[in-house]
Write a protein that binds this ligand. Structure first.
Ligand code: NAP
Length: 251
């Protein structure tokens, strides 16, 4: 047991995240989850993240997208949050372009039902360099698939449900090697159960009493998965933790 104490100021909170080597994923892609939880583990308040996330956390959330080749998100989060496009600072965009990446990453929405609001900017205004994708299963309603194809690039991965491994392989085939999974808890749980979560950036907000929705919802039989704490940062009363999948969980 060790006592953790606040150390020196960190000039750029993104620096520790940018320094991580994500070139050796366990499987198809490196998957980073980025989530915020209350002290009781809750992932939302009245169906939204907003009240859980401090200003610093929100800034980090937006900046973290700099690391992503693609941002992955579950359909329910898109429906509840009215998800928008990825916006980055000019500096972040320039750095990405210098690294041979498009200035902003595309968003990929996982949905079995394809019940999505196609009028969202996420679909209507996606830039040519980062067209929005939907990832669905072969069982999806063909009429819904046809409609989805008018608004997004449709990827089919899995039969009854989207299979995380197949979804990641499809993204890897498109050159997307670093996947930033922004939740929600159901989607995150599916990826953890499939042993596809390489890294978790978890903010702990000093709040209790939100929705009865933990930050990760495992599917039945999803197993128990171990992580190693890699870094801890703090700002006022919020903690910023970074974990990686435990070495013994690595092939
Ligand atoms: N605290 C945080 O960091 C954080 C982050 C994100 C979201 N949230 C909050 O979490 C809540 C939403 O989370 P949620 O867990 O209810 O939903 P979610 O994970 O965002 O989305 C679940 C939906 O994604 C689709 N999906 C996920 N896995 C699938 C699979 N294997 N195959 C096919 N479809 C799949 C399904 O869409 P269809 O229903 O279309 O088939 C499913 O209903 C919101 O309140 C949001 O504000 C919190």
């Amino acid at each position: 047991m060790k006592h953790l104490e606040f150390g020196t100021d960190i000039e750029d909170p993104m620096a520790p995240y940018l320094a991580v080597d994500r070139s050796q994923p366990r499987h198809e892609c490196w998957v980073t989850g980025h989530m915020v939880a209350g002290l009781d583990g809750t992932a939302a308040i009245d169906g939204k993240v907003g009240a859980l996330s401090t200003e610093v956390d929100q800034k980090l959330f937006r900046q973290m997208r700099q690391i992503a080749d693609v941002v992955l998100v579950g359909a329910e989060t898109v429906r509840r949050e009215g998800y928008g496009l990825v916006r980055l600072s000019d500096e972040a965009k320039a750095q990405r372009e210098a690294d041979g990446k498009p200035p902003t990453p595309p968003v990929a929405v996982v949905s079995g039902s394809l019940e999505l609001n196609w009028n969202l900017k996420l679909f209507k205004d996606a830039p040519d360099h980062a067209p929005t994708m939907t990832i669905t299963a072969a069982s999806a309603d063909p009429d819904k698939v046809a409609e989805a194809k008018q608004h997004a690039t449709v990827i089919t991965a899995g039969e009854e449900r989207v299979d995380p491994a197949a979804a990641l392989q499809a993204l890897a085939d498109r050159g997307h090697r670093v996947v930033l999974c922004e939740g929600g808890p159901t989607l995150l749980g599916e990826f953890v159960a499939a042993e596809r979560l390489d890294e978790l950036c978890l903010s702990i907000a000093p709040v209790m009493g939100g929705d009865n929705l933990p930050v990760g919802v495992m599917p039945d039989g999803g197993g128990v998965h171990n992580f190693e704490l890699k870094s801890v940062m703090g700002e006022e009363h919020t903690l910023f933790l970074r974990y990686e999948a435990a070495q013994e969980d690595r092939p």
